[in-house]
Design a binder for this molecule. Structure first.
Ligand SMILES: Cc1ncc(COP(=O)(O)O)c(C=O)c1O
Length: 415
């Protein structure tokens, strides 16, 4: 028998049928007429944003990295509550443009941007977080051709990484950003080229549950920004300190307490060098804002016994939810928080494996977990599924139908 991750507090104490955003899960599934479904409770996202504002210094901006959940209605609903967005492709930028969102506070990061992506960003005035000298040269040339002043920032590959992060994105040789020692020369080239230089982007890791490590990385990013600014001899209008705030997925994961991060950031900003006095600081988050607000719900199609072990076969699996199957950058497969959604709080009586409909042993939503007795027709809930769900999964694999996507807030349902 194996443990599973902690069910988010908003759902953990529920009894009977799971209720999401004030609506019983069966009713939500009936409304869209199919399972599986990703269901996101916007009220939980709002609670996260309020918690961020309460803990962080008031003048630090909050940006949403829409890669975590690029559902257009989700992006549109969260945008008014944050100070800006980060996109990672022309496709994501198009989602923002289609939603009628102003690009004043939209940045575009990610290595290997193609010319049409640079054109779209420059045309709409989004800030390009440049990932290489080559990208900078192309952006300047494209802007000259278009007769516009491009808004360009430089993504810095620092010499440090976010310790303990699930995915390290800085320190050492990396495909992301420009090595710190080469940044001053690049920024001078941008200034000489007539660009509107917007500052630095220092994103050094993702999914950390260690408040001290996050605070250390922020302090190091502020110090590095000051050093680079001195070397350039110009004040950066903004410094994006990255993010990295994680959420608990597995049994031993502890919830991140962001209070100490806010306190240390306040102190670091109060003591910052004069060259950063007028700089706007930004924190860019994805999963921490939306992850725990989302639930993936699948229906049990079969209950099988093999050599004494119970398999619950569902209509959902790794093709919709790669991360829950343990195949999205995990070293070890660990069970996500799961429950039988039609029997919340019921006594666990048997060890089961919850598997999907794909003909591969990789297709498991949970392995060897204690659950109440569940049968064909019951619903399974996989929690902590609001980030890196459908858009991070091989949904074309084996040509099964796509899941429904439902957004709910205080009983109001949008599909
Ligand atoms: C540049 C950038 N911004 C934001 C994020 C979002 O990270 P998370 O969802 O863990 O907050 C990532 C994740 O890889 C990233 O690479």
């Amino acid at each position: 028998m194996k443990p599973f991750g902690p069910i988010p507090p908003q759902f953990a104490d529920q009894r009977g049928e799971l209720v999401i955003g004030g609506v019983p899960v069966g009713e939500l599934i009936e409304k869209v007429g199919k399972s599986p479904a990703y269901i996101l409770d916007l009220a939980i996202v709002e609670e996260q944003i309020a918690a961020f504002r309460a803990a962080m210094p008031a003048d630090v901006d909050l940006h949403l990295a829409i890669k975590a959940n690029p559902h257009p209605y989700v992006v549109q609903s969260i945008f008014p509550l944050v100070d800006g967005l980060d996109v990672a492709s022309a496709g994501e930028l198009q989602i923002v443009l289609d939603a009628g969102i102003s690009t004043d506070h939209v940045s575009f990061a990610g290595p290997g941007k193609r010319d049409p992506e640079l054109v779209l960003a420059i045309e709409h005035g989004a800030i390009l977080n440049l990932e290489s000298e080559h990208e900078a040269t192309r952006a300047l040339a494209i802007a000259t051709e278009m007769c516009v002043t491009p808004r360009l920032a430089v993504r810095v590959n620092p010499d440090f990484e976010l310790k303990g992060s699930g995915m390290s994105m800085g320190g050492g040789a990396k495909p992301f950003g420009v090595d710190a020692e080469r940044v001053p020369a690049l920024v001078r080239k941008l200034l000489d080229g007539g660009a509107d230089w917007r500052g630095f982007h220092i994103f050094s890791g993702s999914q950390s549950l260690d408040a001290q490590a996050i605070a250390d990385t922020q302090a190091a990013s502020i110090a590095l920004s000051a050093e680079l600014a001195q070397a350039i001899g110009a004040r950066p209008p903004s410094v994006n300190l990255g993010g990295g705030f994680g959420i608990p997925y597995a049994a031993n994961d502890r919830r991140l307490d962001i209070g100490p991060i806010g306190e240390r950031l306040s102190a670091a900003l109060a003591a910052r060098p004069a060259i950063l006095a007028d700089t706007k600081f930004i924190i860019e988050l994805g999963r921490w804002l939306v992850g725990e607000a989302g639930v993936y719900v699948a229906r049990i199609l079969d209950r099988k016994l093999s050599k004494g072990h119970v398999f619950l076969i569902t209509d959902g699996g790794m093709h919709h939810h790669l991360a829950a199957s343990g195949n999205f950058g995990m070293v070890m497969k660990r069970n996500y928080p799961v429950a039988i959604a039609t029997q919340m709080g019921a006594e666990p009586v048997e060890a089961v494996t919850i598997a999907g409909p794909l003909c591969t042993p990789l297709d498991r939503l949970a392995s060897d977990v204690m659950m109440p007795r569940a049968d064909v027709g019951d619903l399974v809930a996989v929690f902590a599924s609001g980030a890196y769900g459908l858009s991070a999964s091989p949904s074309g694999f084996l040509s099964h139908p796509l899941p429904a996507e439902i957004v709910v807030k205080h009983g109001k349902v949008t599909t």
